[in-house]
Design a protein around this ligand. Structure first.
Ligand code: ZN
Length: 131
């Protein structure tokens, strides 16, 4: 397991914010709000050849959830740069559990919630990873 706590505190120090939207902006990661299929919350695209990185977030989810999705995707962007793109589904049969757990852990550290127990919380998102 990567040292995610260290990565998150470094990012917060470096960019002076916990807002995943602001961090993405400062890192040059594009955020797009788009129409996605019903079960898909977000999508991370990493185009290694030209360094173009984007996070696509479903337009139709509530705002607080957009921030969570963005934080989760940012986790993939920072921790899993070897992956080209990640699609999120609610269907639990999909997914690389390790990547999901790491992205959720990242998201929970970046956006701590007073009443949640982040370590035992069930994974919020499921991924379909395309290489
Ligand atoms: Zn994910």
């Amino acid at each position: 397991m990567k040292n995610i706590r260290k990565i998150v505190s470094r990012i917060i120090m470096q960019y002076g914010t916990r807002s995943p939207f602001q961090i993405c902006e400062k890192m040059g990661i594009n955020i797009l709000f788009v129409d996605l299929p019903d079960k898909v919350n977000g999508f991370f695209v990493n185009s290694a050849e030209n360094g173009y990185r984007s996070i696509l977030i479903s337009k139709s989810i509530p705002d607080f959830k957009k921030e969570e999705v963005c934080a989760h995707e940012l986790g993939h962007a920072l921790l899993h740069s070897e992956i080209n793109s990640i699609l999120h589904e609610n269907d639990p049969s999909f997914g690389l559990k390790k990547f999901e757990a790491e992205a959720d852990f990242f998201s929970n550290l970046l956006l701590p919630k007073p009443n949640s127990n982040s370590l035992t919380q069930k994974s919020k998102f499921k991924c379909l990873t395309k290489f």
